[in-house]
Design a protein around this ligand. Sequence first.
Ligand code: B1M
Length: 228
Amino acid sequence: MKGIGNRSQNLFAKEEGMRILEEIANEVQKGNSDSVEVLTNRALSQDISAEEILNSGLVDGMNVVSKRFKNNEIFIPEVLISAKSMNSGLEILKPILAEAKVKSKGKVVIGTVKGDLHDIGKNIVAMLLRGAGFDVVDLGADVSKEKFLEFVKKEHADILGMSALLTTTMIYMKEIIETLKNSGLRENVKVIIGGAPVTESYAAQINADGYAPDAASAVDLTKKLLNG
Ligand code: B1M
């Protein structure tokens, strides 16, 4: 009897957890920062992992926003409000995802390339890398080749990560890799790239060391490049 009681309690907790994650996704779509904050804290208090809240709550919500923007159902102001609400949840998860860090596994300099202001995906990549134990220097968005070069040098980076969301800005990644080469730094650093329009074949074409389609794959790729 006790077993059945425990099982139904577990089932209830699981259903309640799923409901909260769904609510987080809905509130991101509505762009309701206050609710996202409250629900993220509630999910954590119910022992839902930060990774699950990120992927099944915040990112799921933002994915719906992306689709609706693509279909011209919503416009830039709504997207910005949703992005802001997603960030209010991310801010709560940031220290928890970074907690796993014990000893740095390597240094990553990351940024979104010049002319490109999209930073949500890049922020998630940076966050998961920190959580996986890497030391991450985030240069933000709209980063010039001179700035990437300066920080790769100054920080003795093991990995340079570049993000681009626009077909018009992804071509700048090639210029950055050429600048690294011309400055004699290319041999010292592995370059990884990502962002919606970027592909594996584009990475090969511009002589990057790797491409990742999502943040979790970016962590796997970074580990692989630094260990192998
Ligand atoms: Co923009 N936008 N946007 N936008 N926006 C896109 C990218 C677009 C595809 C929408 C569309 O029309 N269908 C389109 C690009 C078209 C193209 O180039 N082919 C577009 C456009 C046109 C524009 C403007 C030009 C619109 C305008 O002004 N007319 C303008 C450009 C501004 C600029 O950058 N100069 C613009 C502006 C904006 C906002 C400011 C409103 C806002 C950005 C807010 C912000 O980032 N702070 C915005 C948003 C939010 C989007 C969409 C809707 C969503 C992007 C996003 O955050 N996705 C986007 C539509 C889409 O992508 N379907 C769109 C969620 C995020 C979690 O995913 O960024 O893909 P993503 O990141 C993933 C992976 O790609 C990967 O991991 C992440 C997590 O899993 N990844 C990496 C990313 N970086 C990586 C790096 C790595 C490895 C993996 O290694 C280093």
